[in-house]
Design a protein around this ligand. Structure first.
Ligand code: ADP
Length: 501
């Protein structure tokens, strides 16, 4: 019922309506064009007929003067034994009128008066006209005639003009035209109705995939994100729409699965330290006797709580970063100095993992506008991964170089490497490669480290690339634009900012 009410708002209705309007206008145009063509063809035919009849008049009609008595009368010089000549004259005589200059009728057919041909003033003007006068007239029954009015001169008296009118009935062509009009008027609605039906069926067929898309989209929910719409193989716009839609669902499915995986990981990550802390505190409560035993329990619990708060902080920060709530605190900084500091902090963990960590800047200084905290976080994440995924005896190298208006930071390791199927996803949130490297690592990540790296680099207007070969090592290349540092600013005694030279 509801669908029926909305039928006029549907795409199918709109398409059919537009198609019908265009189709009807086209049909009307074609019908009018043919009618116009038919009219002008018939008109030309009648004119030609009249020209032919006038030639017969010229050939066979003579106005003779009996014995020079000024007694003029028309004579037809057609051979009565020649059927062709007789037929030609008979044809002309169907509708004709011959009169003298004063308007006295000399000879004519029965219809002449009905058409008002014998009007003396008209006869006078025709005799004065340089050529023939063509006009249309109607008889008392409403039948149309085409009339050709002109003159001939007397046979002996060439200076005397005699009015001659010949005509032809247009009844036949009028009948033909009205037949055409009626047939077109009767056929047009039939053709339009057929057009509407065909248009409605085809619009329906063309839109079926759209309805399928809508129905499938309605059925898709969190539990059946694996649903896809069937591609028809027509290679048209609708197929492209279906492919795009399917790709979108696929992306949503991947993200959804990652989120689901993440919830599992987070609850697991949070549950383990919580259980441990709880266990430690319970044991201490029931079994600890000395102050040292209580202290040990508290120290152990604190370190687990630290891990818990690290996870929560990371999650909070990432969600803030992604919703644009973290604003970079940029200032003019030397990147070489920052990297040196971060590498220093990782020397002890690297030694612990028996990994050689070195920093080789190709330039002594590299000053640009950076957010110190975020750049340090980015380098820490890259270095912690490099150390974490490099086996004892391996090497991690950090280098900084300047390329035109960019600075290039490389973090290379000789670790496990990342297999090609994982490489495109490692910057995705919560993505972790589950493998030997990770299991060997004492510190399990949340799969958020590289998401941070990616966000920080993007927020600085740079890019990050990764090259990796399984078993050989991984290199992360970060490129950051070096914006010209703002001139140093000083504050004078009055508290106003003074731009220095
Ligand atoms: P995590 O916090 O788990 O380390 P990241 O987002 O930092 O998460 O890294 C995602 C995944 O990328 C890691 O689980 C790891 O498998 C892989 N990865 C990152 N850096 C390296 C590296 N230097 N060597 C090998 N694998 C790496």
């Amino acid at each position: 019922m509801r669908e029926r009410k909305n039928i006029t708002r549907g795409l199918r209705f709109t398409l059919t309506a537009i198609y019908t309007i265009v189709f009807t206008l086209l049909l009307l145009g074609v019908a009018l064009f043919f009618r116009h063509n038919l009219t002008s063809n018939l008109d030309q035919e009648h004119r030609d007929d009249l020209d032919q009849n006038w030639a017969i008049v010229k050939a066979y009609l003579r106005i003779v003067n009996d014995n020079g008595q000024q007694n003029f009368h028309p004579m037809w010089f057609a051979d009565p034994n020649d059927p062709e000549e007789s037929a030609a004259v008979a044809l002309v005589k169907k509708l004709y009128l011959i009169a003298d200059a004063q308007g006295h009728i000399m000879e004519g057919s029965a219809d002449d008066k009905a058409l008002g041909l014998a009007n003396p003033s008209e006869i006078h003007s025709v005799l004065q006209a340089p050529g023939a006068v063509l006009s249309e007239r109607k008889d008392s029954d409403g039948v149309r005639y085409l009339i050709r009015e002109s003159y001939v001169t007397g046979e002996e008296a060439k200076d005397r003009k005699f009015y001659v009118a010949i005509g032809t009935s247009l009844a036949g062509s009028d009948k033909l035209l009205s037949q055409f009009t009626w047939q077109a008027a009767a056929l047009l609605p039939l053709v339009i109705l057929t057009g509407i039906t065909i248009g409605w069926i085809f619009a329906g067929r063309a839109l079926t995939p759209v309805l399928e898309i809508a129905q499938t989209a309605q059925r898709i929910s969190g539990s059946n994100l694996n649903l896809r719409i069937r591609v028809r193989g027509a290679g048209d716009e609708l197929d492209r729409l279906i492919e795009t839609f399917n790709q979108m669902i696929e992306r949503i499915e991947v993200n959804f699965n990652q989120m689901r995986q993440f919830s599992t990981d987070v609850s697991h990550e949070l549950r383990t330290p919580i259980t441990v802390v709880r266990g430690q505190l319970e044991v201490a409560l029931f079994t600890a006797e000395t102050v040292d035993q209580y202290r040990d329990a508290i120290v152990n619990s604190l370190s687990d709580i630290e891990r818990l708060s690290q996870i929560v902080r990371a999650l909070l920060l990432l969600s803030q970063a992604e919703t644009g709530q973290v604003i970079l605190q940029k200032q003019s900084l030397d990147l070489v100095e920052i990297a040196d500091g971060v590498v220093d902090q990782f020397q002890i963990p690297a030694e612990g993992a028996e990994v050689t960590l070195s920093f080789i800047p190709q330039i002594p200084r590299c000053v640009g506008d950076f957010d110190r905290v975020q750049i340090e976080r980015m380098l820490s994440n890259l270095l912690s991964n490099a150390v974490k995924f490099t086996k004892p005896g391996g090497e991690v190298r950090v280098s900084i170089d300047r390329k035109d208006d960019e600075v290039e930071i490389r973090v290379e390791d000789t670790g496990d490497g990342i297999s090609p199927e994982h490489l495109p996803h490692i910057f995705d949130r919560f993505y972790r490669v589950r493998g030997a490297g990770e299991q060997a690592s004492p510190e399990k990540g949340l799969g958020l480290g590289l998401s941070f790296v990616s966000w920080i680099v993007k927020a600085h207007g740079g890019s990050v690339d990764v090259q990796s070969e399984k078993g050989k090592g991984t290199t992360f290349i970060v490129r950051l634009p070096l914006t010209v540092p703002a001139p140093p600013r000083q504050i004078d005694e009055a508290g106003l900012i003074v731009t220095g030279a």
